[in-house]
Every structure is written in C-alpha cells, then in structure tokens.
Design a protein around this ligand. Sequence first.
Ligand code: SF4
Length: 233
Amino acid sequence: MADNASEKKTLQEVMTILEKANGKVHVLPDEPPLDQAVYLILRENWDYRKATKVLHDLQRDYVDWNEIRVTTAGEMRGVLAPYGDRDVDVKIEKLRTLLDNLYKEFNTCDLGFLKEMEMDQQRRYLSTLGVLTPAQVQILVQTMQPSLEEFEVPQQAVRVLTRIGIMPRVYSASSARKHVEKLSDELDVYAFQAHLVQHGEDVCLNKSPHCGECSLVALCGFKRKVGVVGKAS
Ligand code: SF4
C-alpha cells in the first residue's frame, strides 16, 4: 500500500479521469426522489442548466407525475423538443417507462415511500424500475439519506479502489467510509459514488475486469490485469 499522501493524490487523479470520461455529476438533493430521478434521466448527455429548466417546465405544466404518466409522447415532446432534438425521444421513452413501471409495481407515481426503507431495499426497488443505471440508483439512494456524513462507499467503489491499491481489504461499511474520509478532505460524495459505481459496472467488473480498455490502468496496481499486454490474461 502507498502512503496516505500518495493515496490521496491517486484518488484525485482517479476522480479527474473518471469525470472527464463520464461528465460532471450534478444533483438536486432538495427535490423529491421522483423529481430527482427524472432530473438524472434528463441530465444524460444534457447540460445541467437545460435539464433543470426542463424539469421545472414539467413541474409547472403538469399537476403531478401521474398526469405526465398518462399524457402522450407527442405532448411530452412539445415540452422537451424546444431544448434540442438530441436524445429527446430516448429521454421521453425512459421517462414514460419509469413512470409506467413505478405505477405498475407500486401503484403510485411517487418515490417518497422509499425514504422509510434501508439503503439495500431502496436500491433493490429503484433497480426494479428498469431504466435507472446503477450510478443513478446510487445517487438517488444517497439523496434519500438524512445527511451526507453517513455516506455509503458502494461495493463497486471498494472493488476499484482496492484493486488500484489505495484501499486495504475492508470488512465493514464503516471501515470503508473511514478510509475514504482519510483519502479526501473535501469529498464530493455524489461524484465519488457515481463515477466509481459506473466504472465498477462498466469496466472494472467483479469477475473479469476490462483492464485493456480501462482509463485508470496507468494508476492501477492490480496484479492480475486482464487484456493488458505483458500481464496475465
Ligand atoms: S486496470 Fe483493471 S483492475 Fe485496474 S481499475 Fe482498471 S479495470 Fe479495474
């Protein structure tokens, strides 16, 4: 293991590289969970200002999310299209699927009921909705916690940081959190979680990491890199 100063530096480099690849993470933690989920879908490939404006337009033009659920795709396009054609139909389809699945599964167009649940249960329920990525699910779970002080280090983040060599093997959620707290004086919890969950899901997979395609390979001390010339495969 490297010393604390070099671990801190490596974590900063990791976050810089992942932010460059995935884009900035921006959340609206004061919005209710479903509004936050809609915002995260609008944010995919869209600037946060545009996504915020469209969210506010939807909130202004419709009584509630159930009214949006039963509206037509054409009417929704009327709200989204003035902000640019890019991905509008994909976003509309995702929003409609999110609201339809929420209604089918839980007979509601509100995610407030999740606030009473444990994190793992929240994660499971959000994943069943079928359109949210694991990183989006993680952001939503974290926004539903009473405070950022008790932030969670997701298992994907533990895996990536352990393989890179800046986290020891940890056996509890609290020891993982304590170690991450030592690595960063001003941790952006949402960015930390979202980027590392996405990397752990897309590239640094549990059984077979795609090291040959990994943007962190130069920083990584994992001895069994897969698909990298000169390393075991
Ligand atoms: S090089 Fe391989 S083990 Fe290291 S972070 Fe990337 S995918 Fe994970």
